[in-house]
Write a protein that binds this ligand. Structure first.
Ligand code: FAD
Length: 357
């Protein structure tokens, strides 16, 4: 048996380095703590295929998303601080240009513009007529941002690697021991282990009873040479600047999916939608798919296991990982280090009974 003295000691053993594991390790280090991040870069992640948009409004009624007044300023500062630290342009301010897909959506926009409007602005449809069909007019959502998640995650990973804080391997729960001091795993002794492994937590005996409801989403990566890349465009589909003249085009929300691969059906639907919307040529260069770690309540799972306080989870960010992850990763670390509460709609207290079964 390995001696405890030969173990490398850290405060946090973090499983997964998608969006959430990135922010959790960032805030652990900011708090002056040590960490080891274990991530299997061959396991597919939602963060790899996400468009990275933070949109403060949602749905057919164009209402504000949950707690966006709190999350948006927090996220903006967090991403721009991390971008500065990585010396990488990970945050882009990009308004959403709404190309109303129907009369109903045009009316919905007009109504919201007149009632409790914070983020909407009128714009001039003629600005877009050279490259888009807009028979029902246009509008604009302000204070939307686009995060280059692949650049951010790769940059942060490199920083962790440089500081010997990253292991690229598949974590297996069979190798974990719970001790009086916390946990040990493959020669590492940690005060806490935190699962930021997205869908992986659905197989984890400590957390699999949480009401996960994974949701498949796909996107095309499309070259559209003549489309200005200073804005996100949205009608029934969303077109997000990706890199140079490449755009991310998506998405769909499939709760009942048979596999995780890109589907012909989706590709055809997006190509038809692009043909209808654009007046300019486009070429599909890639087709990607991922599974959102969503849940039935549309609220994240954040906190320590009620019976095993050395084991935590930060997960269930669903469709809103970009705005939720920095805020709740920060709250998780404050909770562990200063005993501050986790927001009751996100904390694990609400699942105490099922987690203790
Ligand atoms: C098509 C699509 C579009 C999206 N667009 C947006 C958007 O515009 N804005 C937005 O806010 N959100 C968006 N999302 C949602 C967003 O992607 C998620 O909320 C977020 O990425 C979840 O991050 P995560 O870190 O929890 O999970 P993941 O990104 O899935 O990360 C989990 C990590 O854990 C690792 N892992 C898993 N199991 C193991 C193991 N056993 N050992 C080691 N490592 C392991 C994986 O490799 C991965 O790196 C989109 C999602 C999809 C699919």
């Amino acid at each position: 048996m390995e001696q405890a003295t030969s173990h490398k000691k850290v405060d946090y053993l973090i499983i997964g380095q998608g969006l959430v594991g990135t922010w959790l390790s960032y805030y652990a280090l900011q708090a002056g703590k040590t960490c080891m991040v274990v991530n299997d870069s061959h396991t597919p992640s939602a963060s790899q295929v996400a468009s990275g948009v933070i949109n403060p409004v949602t749905g057919r009624r164009i209402v504000q998303t949950w707690m966006i007044d709190t999350f948006l300023p927090f996220a903006l500062k967090a991403y721009s601080d991390l971008g500065t630290q990585l010396n990488a342009p990970i945050v882009k301010e990009a308004p959403v240009v709404l190309i109303h897909p129907s009369l109903q959506m045009q009316e919905s926009f007009e109504y919201r513009y007149e009632h409790e409007n914070v983020y909407l602005q009128k714009n001039n449809a003629s600005d877009f007529e050279a490259f888009m069909h807009a028979p029902f007019g246009t509008g604009q959502i302000n204070q939307t941002v686009w995060i280059d998640l692949n650049l951010m995650i790769a940059g942060w990973r490199q920083q962790l690697i440089n500081n010997a804080q990253y292991k690229d391997t598949k974590f297996d729960l069979a190798d974990l021991q719970i001790t009086n001091e916390g946990v040990t795993w493959n020669g590492i002794q940690a005060k806490r282990i935190v699962f930021c492994d997205g869908l992986g937590s659905m197989q984890n005996p400590y957390f699999k009873m949480l009401p996960f409801a994974p949701n498949k989403g796909e996107a095309l990566i499309v070259e559209i040479k003549d489309l200005p890349n200073q804005a996100i465009y949205k009608n029934n589909i969303t077109i997000v600047p990706w890199k140079d003249q490449l755009f991310w085009v998506g998405s769909n929300y499939e709760w009942d999916f048979k596999d995780t691969s890109p589907s012909e059906d989706f590709r055809k639907k997006m190509e038809d939608a692009l043909t209808q919307l654009l007046k300019i040529p486009f070429t599909v260069v890639d087709h990607i798919a991922g599974i959102r770690p969503a849940n039935q309540e549309r609220r994240p799972f954040v906190g320590l296991h009620p019976s095993y306080p050395a084991i935590g989870i930060c997960n269930g960010m669903g469709t809103k990982g970009c705005s939720l992850a920095p805020y709740f990763a920060h709250q998780f670390i404050e909770h562990c280090e200063q005993g501050l509460p986790i927001h009751p709609e996100a904390g694990l207290e609400r699942f105490e009974e099922i987690l203790n079964k």
